[in-house]
Design a protein around this ligand. Structure first.
Ligand SMILES: Cc1ncc(COP(=O)(O)O)c(C=O)c1O
Length: 356
């Protein structure tokens, strides 16, 4: 049952901030902030009414547990717009459930579904004219929950803030990606927080990503944290491979994020008659399959990347495994984008109006 929540207020300056916004010619992905943001505080055991504010700095104590211990979680999702229709959302309740699962893992209070949606819808509705409608463009939405309580003891806080930020964005990637297999660092431990979207996960991944970028790759491909033998996922994206014409993706573990796009792609693939295997995939087996031509595509899926083919996997020993096809990837990408943008029928009921 959805809880009832207090209406949100609109702070002075919101209308002026919206009126002053003018879109730059190039947006990039997640770079340009939308002119307004949503904020609600949790204190004394209860969520306080939310507020729409002009986008800008917030103050936080340097000894807050967010700053000290990364007591923070986030989500990533998108609103799409095909003018003149108002913007709409894609599977926001799945993001909401994952936000709650991430909060539970860190011991933070869940943001009630009604408040989660209120923040998203208030922001998207205020920013309706900010949502770009070029092909593949969207309003990227970043719900965050973080502690505002000071403290050096490793214990949960009593005060939190839920915010929703947004960025009008171009498509994340303009072509196939190159990925570097990370053989040394791990991003998440067994029993740890890899399945949750917590700030610390991403900090653990930064060194490897920087290493990948320095060597000319776009992302790191992570292996399992115990033996570094099985494929987990890319930084920020789940992984699929086309082997003998069938789709294979790593079976979810607690070190893999349960991607909304991964789930959507599996459903879409089934509906297109593709066979999908969710199973542990050994990196060495995949590399052999690429080398002998059995694996024809490696695919990255995520809210930002949608469905993007991977053209190269680079290994630590300097070997490069090249993939030249993207037939399955292209088909899944256009089928998913058609639903996300409502250019095609929403056969699975995945989109949601902002006034629902
Ligand atoms: C580590 C990680 N894996 C996978 C994904 C893909 O998840 P989704 O499809 O929900 O964006 C993301 C992005 O959120 C991520 O950060």
């Amino acid at each position: 049952m959805t809880e009832t929540i207090a209406p949100y207020s609109v702070a002075p300056g919101v209308d002026a901030a919206l009126a002053a916004y003018s879109a730059p010619a190039t947006l990039g992905f997640g770079i340009v902030p939308a002119p307004v943001m949503f904020s609600a505080e949790y204190r004394d055991g209860a969520w306080q009414p939310g507020e729409l504010l002009p986008f800008g700095p917030i103050s936080i104590m340097p000894n807050s547990r967010t700053v000290q211990f990364a007591e923070s979680i986030f989500e990533g999702m998108k609103a799409y717009r095909a003018r003149p229709a108002p913007p709409h959302l894609f599977r926001p309740l799945v993001n909401c459930a994952r936000f709650a699962a991430s909060a539970a893992r860190i011991g933070m209070p869940a943001v009630p579904e009604a408040l989660f949606l209120q923040g998203i819808k208030a922001l998207v509705s205020a920013c309706a004219d900010v949502v770009p409608d070029r092909e593949g463009a969207s309003l990227y939405l970043r719900p965050i929950l973080f502690s505002t309580d000071p403290g050096y003891s490793v214990a949960n806080s009593n005060a939190y803030r839920y915010m929703v930020l947004a960025s009008p964005s171009d498509p994340y990637s303009s072509g196939p990606m190159r990925a570097r297999i990370e053989r040394d660092d791990v991003r998440a431990a067994r029993g740890g927080v890899g399945f949750a979207k917590t700030g610390g996960n991403y900090a653990a991944a930064m060194r490897a990503t920087s290493r990948a970028v320095q060597e000319g790759y776009g992302v790191a491909l992570w292996l399992d944290p115990v033996e570094r033998r099985l494929i987990d996922e890319f930084s920020g994206m789940n992984m699929f491979a086309v082997i003998d014409g069938e789709l294979h993706t790593p079976l979810l573990t607690d070190s893999i994020l349960k991607g909304v796009t991964r789930d959507s792609v599996i459903t879409l693939a089934h509906s297109q008659g593709l066979v999908v295997h969710e199973r542990p995939i050994a990196i060495d087996e995949l590399l052999t399959d690429i080398a002998i031509g059995r694996c024809t595509e490696v695919i990255a899926t995520g809210t930002a990347a949608i469905v993007t083919s991977v053209s190269e996997l680079g290994d630590a020993d300097g070997r490069i495994y090249r993939l030249s096809e993207s037939l399955v990837s292209d088909g899944l990408r256009s089928a998913l984008l058609a639903i996300q943008t409502r250019e095609g029928p929403d056969s699975f009921g995945w989109t949601m109006d902002i006034d629902d």
